[in-house]
Write a protein that binds this ligand. Sequence first.
Ligand SMILES: NC(=O)c1ccc[n+]([C@@H]2O[C@H](COP(=O)([O-])OP(=O)(O)OC[C@H]3O[C@@H](n4cnc5c(N)ncnc54)[C@H](OP(=O)(O)O)[C@@H]3O)[C@@H](O)[C@H]2O)c1
Length: 175
Amino acid sequence: MASIDGPLDYLINAVGILHDQTGQPERSVRRLDPEFFMHNIRVNTVPTLLLAKYGEPLLKGSERAVFATVSARVGSIGENRLGGWVSYRSSKAALNMALKTVSIEWRRTAPRTIVAALHPGTTATPLSQPYRSGVAADKLFSPRQSADHMLAVIDKLEPMDSGRFWSWDGSELPW
Ligand SMILES: NC(=O)c1ccc[n+]([C@@H]2O[C@H](COP(=O)([O-])OP(=O)(O)OC[C@H]3O[C@@H](n4cnc5c(N)ncnc54)[C@H](OP(=O)(O)O)[C@@H]3O)[C@@H](O)[C@H]2O)c1
């Protein structure tokens, strides 16, 4: 197995699913498949906690480190007005709680590490491809644009900003 020597200045998780061969996002709770729900949790939520578990010693060695995961605005409980996509939304809401919880612990144990949940905006990738027909052209970003936006956001963060949820334009999102 590969090993990484620290210190790490950035540890960013961009893995995620909305749909794959195992299932599609649900229009209604009547479509809920517990296996697909658990698959969302396994891919969208758990890996960030494992990266926190094993990455903490490497991040701690840096003068300023960022631990971030690409979440999704639809994981915001406070902004949920449409419903639907219950497996994806729940896995991202759980991811957000995981990041917030880690940020509180690391205030004591890794105070120079800034923890962030990031919303990339709608991005032209295979993930969004079936669901973006209503998105205006100027609100659909290329993967490079989204990466640039998110890097610009995390580069401005200070330790006091740790444990918050940021949109691609630097505005803060409600949990
Ligand atoms: N695209 C959007 O509009 C949008 C909006 C909001 C949030 N997001 C979030 O942005 C993140 C990146 O999504 P994307 O748009 O870049 O989608 P994508 O093009 O489909 O990329 C998804 C990535 O996740 C990896 N992945 C998926 N399942 C995996 C598994 N079981 N094990 C290991 N790796 C796995 C894929 O690896 P392989 O290439 O090896 O399959 C790929 O690198 C996700 O967390 C998504 O929820 C995207």
